[in-house]
Design a protein around this ligand. Structure first.
Ligand code: SF4
Ligand SMILES: [Zn+2]
Length: 426
């Protein structure tokens, strides 16, 4: 399946009718002139096939140059060549500043093998519309070192404060992943004991946060899994279920998970202002369960106000979708984002939560709460036959403990998650 370009004999060089044809050149769909990127990506989704958009006769909507290399889309979906994309100003859409991400990198090595998540990461965008208050991403170099780029491309004054209000897509990632994989020597592929060569989408944004991000994600996942590369997907968006067909085809090369820190919808609304409610995420996991897709939950971060009953309730929801693993991590008060959590709790009228968060700013109180939650979650999970908890204890907690407790935490830290990833090339 590929695109076929019919030049309009009475039109200019860039007047082209774009059609989708099969191997025998039978027309499957006629897009007419200037199909949007959204139309083309949705056709990929409909026909369950990747269409590589390079060298297919598509032209830039602004300048008419042929799309043979990097490209992006305007907010209305019209395709732009890289030159026009780079000069395109940001636009505002529903309170969100959106634009194209000029980043060159495709696949980045990641330290998330320390959490037994992956060895590589692909971020389908810079920024995230969900704007979670506890999000650590804006304090990482991926955002922190890019003030200039964000000021230029998204009018961002303070990338940390403005987190959640800007989103820069990487539309041509599937094509770039495809090209990169042609040249990959898999004997050099990083495969740590805990990361297992897995590529994760995404650690710095939500890869299913909207249709455009989901389209980029689908293309990347398809390219990776067709090359036998194991993939982990982590999202807060029920949109993820649109790709169940792809996940089923990938079999054990994939694990798909949702972050659900709590089922308290009002609290989630305060802390993750633009993210879908927790119940919708659970329903997405349930659909993955029914479809037989390997799945996991990220129970992170657990709030200090959560007691044994709250934890038991959350874990019983998780047990119902029979996950391979539940990753757990307590809240971490380090970083500028913690102050934002505190303010969000206060503004939403969560007085108890604000007090608890205030308390754990002191290190000894945080250690006490974090150790308590780690133990509590492990203990309650023991009451469910099908729940395995993989805990992410902070390094600092190991420094603060000794004896048996220290040994337990150390063991947790070194553990490999119980998932079995099938990986062909390495
Ligand atoms: S969904 Fe993930 S990346 Fe996006 S703001 Fe929330 S924690 Fe950060
Ligand atoms: Zn152009």
């Amino acid at each position: 399946m590929h695109l076929d370009t019919q030049r309009d004999p009475d039109g200019g060089w860039y007047d082209r009718d774009i059609r989708l044809v099969d191997k025998e050149e039978n027309v499957i769909e006629d897009f007419g002139k200037d199909p949007t990127l959204d139309e083309l990506r949705e056709a990929e989704h409909r026909h369950r096939k990747r269409i590589n958009l390079w060298q297919q006769g598509l032209v830039c909507y602004e300048c008419g140059n042929q799309i043979n290399d990097r490209f992006a889309a305007r907010p209305d979906g019209q395709i732009l060549c890289w030159e026009c994309a780079k000069s395109e100003n940001s636009r505002e859409q529903g309170g969100l500043i959106i634009n194209t991400d000029p980043t060159k990198s495709v696949l980045s090595e990641s330290k998330l093998h320390e959490k037994s998540l992956c060895d590589y990461v692909i971020n389908v965008a810079t920024g995230c519309r969900h704007g979670c208050k506890f999000c650590y991403v804006p304090s990482t170099p991926a955002i922190d070192n890019r003030d200039e780029m964000l000021a230029k491309h998204a009018d961002v004054d303070d990338p940390q404060r403005d987190w959640g209000s800007y989103l820069l897509y990487r539309d041509d990632l599937p094509e770039r992943v495809h090209e990169g994989l042609q040249e990959t020597d898999f004997s050099d592929w990083k495969t740590t004991r805990r990361g297992r060569g897995v590529v994760m989408l995404s650690s710095g944004t939500d890869c299913y946060q909207d249709r455009r991000a989901a389209q980029i994600t689908r293309g990347c996942v398809q390219e990776l899994t067709e090359h036998g590369i194991p993939v982990r997907i982590l999202t807060r968006s029920p949109n993820v279920t649109r790709d169940i067909d792809l996940f089923q085809k990938a079999g054990n090369k994939i694990a798909v998970g949702c972050s659900i820190p709590t089922f308290d919808t009002a609290l989630v609304k305060a802390m993750e202002p633009n993210a879908p409610p927790p119940q919708a995420r659970w329903e997405a996991l349930d659909k993955l369960f029914q479809a037989g897709v390997p799945r996991f939950v990220s129970f992170s971060p657990t709030y200090p106000t959560m007691d044994r009953d709250d934890i038991r309730e959350a874990l019983s929801w998780f047990a119902a979708i029979d996950p391979t693993v539940v990753f757990h991590e307590p809240m971490n008060p380090r970083g500028a984002n913690f102050q934002m959590c505190l303010e969000a709790a206060q503004e939403a009228g969560y007085v108890d939560m604000a007090e608890e968060l205030f308390k754990i700013r002191e290190e000894d109180k945080w250690v006490e709460y974090a150790l308590d939650h780690i133990e509590l979650v492990q203990d309650v999970a023991g009451q469910f036959e099908n729940l395995t908890i993989h805990t992410w204890p902070d390094r600092k907690l190991l420094q603060e403990t000794s004896g048996e407790r220290y040994r337990e935490l150390r063991k947790m830290k070194k553990e490999v998650s119980p998932e079995t990833f099938e990986s062909d090339p390495f």
